[in-house]
Design a protein around this ligand. Structure first.
Ligand SMILES: Cc1cc2nc3c(=O)[nH]c(=O)nc-3n(C[C@H](O)[C@H](O)[C@H](O)COP(=O)(O)OP(=O)(O)OC[C@H]3O[C@@H](n4cnc5c(N)ncnc54)[C@H](O)[C@@H]3O)c2cc1C
Length: 396
């Protein structure tokens, strides 16, 4: 594989570097709670869209930058932002925007994409229910068409950011007599619609990222559906593909590895930097090998994409291995920080705004969210390696 970039890309990289040098100081720092956006983040995102470093390929008429797709330029942007340690831009909610662009009506694209990529419209995902997580297609929240409105009743759970969200994309059962995968529709509606109750679930971090979301006779206009009635399973899978691709991104892994190395260099025991202790160095090197192998895997995917080929196994392993690796890096950080690693919130001794502590807990969750590690392994076995399907207990 020829890894050298031609002149156009070398110039493009220089442009991105110049932009970052000039604007790095305006980038938001620290953390932003799940599904929240403040004015600084929104202003930063809008600057990035204007320069083509966010929402790059989203057509101008829907509020994006409108560039031709160029995977290598996307890669250069992600890489340079990671090197500079600057919070990258986004193309709106990564689970929803690609789906609206792919399967939404023209009216939906105009109404939803622009505000979402600017951070003015925040979404949450209403998929999981008590009893329907890995076996998502068994969901039972129902919607019945009455005149020009869907009437929704039921409950979702683990709805991340629902307490801050303006909108929800929600899977509901609309054809109760159809086989389970064919009876689902994908509705979108406002979170302040009467009949919606959001109850935050406080986790052991003391934060409430998740919620239980209850629907009692929630009335939603008939046309607030993506795709056709009963075809929500197909739309949901399109969403999940984008969600899994965005979790475990190799550029983000590299960025995190760099921060880990910096931390091991700056923190000291008896004046000696932690990186000089063989016991930590050994763990660090093992992690570095895995980060580099994920980077090579990312290049494989990139190569396949540039040739319009399906990356196969390379794509299937990203979510599983990327999320596990992120968690292992946070675990090393916590271990080496000793007593500093258990500090939370506003302690003056907090390092990196408490990023490692938070990531440690959040990444544990991301190994589960978007499809658990066990389910990812099933999919790798069955869909990527062609192994026989695991027996279903109801078929035995
Ligand atoms: C951080 C985080 C964010 C989330 N955000 C959202 C959100 O915004 N919206 C939303 O709708 N949901 C969200 N979820 C929920 C998430 O999608 C579910 O937790 C996940 O799909 C697993 O479902 P479950 O919790 O019901 O576990 P279950 O499906 O009950 O699984 C329990 C255990 O059994 C294993 N298991 C189940 N079936 C199999 C099988 N066939 N083979 C092998 N092992 C199996 C699982 O791997 C798991 O270990 C989030 C979860 C987390 C952790």
């Amino acid at each position: 594989m020829d890894l050298a970039y031609n002149e156009e890309y070398v110039e493009f990289r220089a442009e991105v570097q110049a932009f970052l040098k000039a604007n790095k100081s305006s980038a938001p720092k620290g953390r932003m709670g799940w599904g929240q956006a403040d004015d600084k983040s929104r202003t930063w995102q809008q600057l990035l869209i204007k320069h083509g470093y966010a929402a790059r390929t989203i057509p101008k008429e829907y509020g994006g930058f409108g560039a031709e797709p160029d995977i290598l330029k996307n890669h250069i942007i992600a890489e340079e932002f990671a090197i500079a340690g600057v919070r990258p831009g986004h193309s709106g909610d990564p689970r929803l925007v690609p789906v609206v662009l792919e399967l939404g009506t023209e009216e939906q694209k105009h109404a939803l994409v622009g505000p979402t990529i600017r951070g003015d419209m925040v979404w949450c995902q209403g998929y999981s229910e008590p009893g329907s997580g890995s076996d998502l297609a068994s969901l039972s929240t129902k919607a019945v068409l009455e005149g020009d409105e869907w009437v929704i009743n039921g409950q979702k759970i683990w709805t991340s950011g629902a307490q801050h969200a303006d909108m929800i994309f929600c899977l509901v059962r609309t054809e109760p007599d159809a086989p389970k995968h064919q009876g689902i529709s994908y509705l979108i509606f406002k979170m302040d619609t009467p009949g919606i109750e959001v109850r935050p679930l406080v986790t052991m971090t003391g934060e409430a990222i998740f919620n239980e979301t209850f629907f009692t006779d929630v009335r939603v206009p008939k046309d607030q559906i993506i795709g056709r009635r009963g075809e929500g399973w197909f739309v949901a899978n399109a969403t999940l593909k984008h969600e899994r691709g965005s979790l475990g991104d190799p550029n983000q892994l590299e960025g995190r590895f760099r921060s880990l190395v910096e931390m091991l260099k700056s923190e000291k025991i008896d004046g000696k930097p932690l990186i000089e202790f063989p016991i930590y160095r050994d763990r660090l090197l093992k992690l570095q090998a895995r980060v580099l192998s994920m980077k090579c895997n990312g290049m494989r995917i990139l190569t396949a994409n540039t040739k319009n080929e399906e990356p196969g196994l390379a794509r299937w392993i990203v979510k599983l291995l990327g999320c596990e690796l992120n968690h292992q890096m946070a675990a090393l950080a916590i271990d080496v920080m000793g007593e500093l690693g258990v500090l939370y919130e506003d302690s003056p001794y907090l390092r990196n705004y408490g990023m490692w502590q938070r990531n440690y807990m959040l990444d544990l969750g991301l190994i589960i969210g978007g499809g658990t590690a066990q389910i990812q392994k099933n999919m790798i076995g069955e869909r990527a390696l062609g192994l026989p399907k695991e027996p279903k207990y109801d078929a035995i």
